[in-house]
Design a protein around this ligand. Structure first.
Ligand code: ADP
Ligand code: MG
Length: 465
């Protein structure tokens, strides 16, 4: 019975579609059952289901209504080994993608088995200057650096898969991730390495969808031995891209290919931005943090960089720069460039005196970092409370509220992660900080006193920027 009904639907699809689309997308579908007005069909993967819902929803709706009557409904079943998952159909998007049943091992027809002996040449998109040789090791990056080297010697075979590198901007995530790729290529030229940032991955994916080249897109990624995805926080909100990446991730991981991911925050702080299933994958291997470089590392980076760029600078100038620019490596490089520019303009050697003027200007222009302890001080002062009380675990309402405001302002005015804010404001976890930020946000709309306080404090802090 269901086969008969489906055959009638197929005739309509055939009439309304180009031949190749009909063959590719409609022939592989299997009718499963018809119960009253519900037709259930089986599709090979979740991706397939989404694709159908996105591209053919109108045609599907019209067709089953024509065959089964006006209140006909469609349900999908996703083939997962022998089990299956049922999803509602023809109703646009599912309400909560994060809780979807997502099969772990997709029998994905797009991943045709590789053709033995055939290799394709892929430009790995690596920049030679981001090598390990140019990566200065220090306390701030020792663990990440040595894990990176271990991986480069044995990609896909260590327990560090995926390797998740996180840290503030300008601390060397891209450099380290690329260094691994470069080393793999040096030692094992036959391996296919690819560096791509998350935004570009997404553009490629959307493009492939528009051009109906999803198969090619997935095939391409199926070949990679070492896949580096930079700045995965930019996957935020990109549900489809994330799901496609999830498929690719699983495919590669199951075959012991190496995945390297970077992000401006640790996996826990990606909660809410990245689909839970994908996020849980991110935590499988090793997460390593890049921290702000200490003085010795900063000095060493400057020395090497100046040497590489052929700039001769007196030791005291380098020390001065390393002492005064502490935030991140990118700013150190900016300072060096500033000095070089100054030297070429004035055609004079750089002395400590001239360097001072340049660096002072740079430091002034860069926004000073307001510390959490300063915010705490201001909040305590405003509320006539003791800082210790705010840090204690008391549940007194006024103190809890002051703590929440301190958390909210720390999120607004510092670059600290939720976790770090929690740690510094009474040893709370990141979820507490997130909750605090939301609460204060809500209160600002309903409670004039809270709004007045937050505005006043924010005004004071802004003066410091
Ligand atoms: P991120 O990706 O974390 O924002 P990048 O990798 O782009 O940071 O690093 C910023 C700049 O600082 C790059 O030019 C990089 O070469 C340099 N850099 C960062 N860390 C180091 C390091 N440990 N040794 C040498 N150069 C570094
Ligand atoms: Mg980067």
């Amino acid at each position: 019975m269901h086969q008969e009904i489906w055959n009638r639907c197929l005739l309509i699809f055939k009439d309304n579609l180009e031949w190749d689309k009909y063959k590719t997308f409609f022939e592989p579908i299997m009718p499963v059952s018809v119960k009253q007005n519900v037709l259930t069909i089986q599709v090979p993967t979740l991706f397939y289901y989404e694709y159908m819902e996105e591209h053919y929803i109108d045609l599907l709706k019209k067709t089953i209504r024509r065959v089964l009557g006006q209140d006909a409904r469609l349900e999908y079943r996703i083939a997962v080994n022998k089990e299956s998952t049922t999803l509602p159909g023809s109703s646009g998007q599912l309400s909560n993608p994060a809780t979807r049943m997502f099969p772990d091992k997709l029998p994905n027809p797009y991943y045709a088995p590789g053709i033995p002996g055939k290799t394709i040449q892929i430009n790995p998109q690596l920049k030679p200057e981001y090598s390990f040789d140019n990566f200065v090791e220090g306390e701030c990056n020792r663990m990440a650096g040595s894990a990176g080297l271990t991986i480069a010697n044995d990609p896909g075979k260590t327990a560090f898969n995926p390797f998740f590198i996180f840290g503030e901007p300008g601390l060397g995530k891209t450099h380290l991730a690329q260094a691994i790729g470069i080393k793999v290529k040096e030692q094992m030229p036959g391996k296919t390495v690819l560096y791509v940032d998350a935004t570009k991955f997404r553009t490629q994916y959307v493009d492939a969808q528009l051009k109906n080249q999803i198969n090619d897109f997935l095939h391409f990624y199926q070949y990679i031995d070492v896949l580096i995805i930079d700045d995965v926080q930019y996957f935020e909100g990109q549900t489809k891209t994330q799901q496609t990446f999830f498929d690719i991730f699983n495919h590669l991981h199951q075959r012991n290919r190496q995945l390297i991911l970077t992000s401006d925050r640790p996996p826990v702080d990606l909660q809410g931005l990245i689909n839970e299933r994908l996020l849980s994958r991110f935590k499988w291997g090793l997460s390593a943090e890049l921290k702000e470089p200490d003085y010795a590392t900063r000095l060493e980076i400057l020395k090497r960089r100046a040497y590489r760029d052929g700039i001769r600078l007196p030791e005291e100038v380098l020390e001065y720069v390393a002492k005064n620019i502490a935030d991140n490596v990118r700013e150190l490089e900016g300072a060096l460039n500033g000095l070089m520019f100054q030297a070429t303009q004035s055609k004079k050697d750089i002395t400590l005196e001239t360097a001072r003027a340049t660096i002072e200007r740079l430091v002034k222009h860069s926004r000073p970092e307001i510390s959490i302890s300063y915010i705490l001080h201001e909040v305590a002062d405003y509320n006539r409370l003791n800082e210790h009380d705010i840090l204690s675990s008391t549940r007194k309402r006024e103190i809890v509220q002051a703590r929440q405001i301190a958390m909210y302002l720390s999120k607004q005015f510092t670059k600290n992660s939720l976790k770090s804010i929690g740690n510094q404001l009474g040893n709370k976890d990141h979820a507490t900080v997130l909750h605090a930020c939301r609460t204060v946000n809500n209160l600002m709309e309903t409670d004039r006193l809270v709004k007045g306080q937050v505005d006043a404090l924010a005004g004071r802090l802004r003066q410091l920027c």
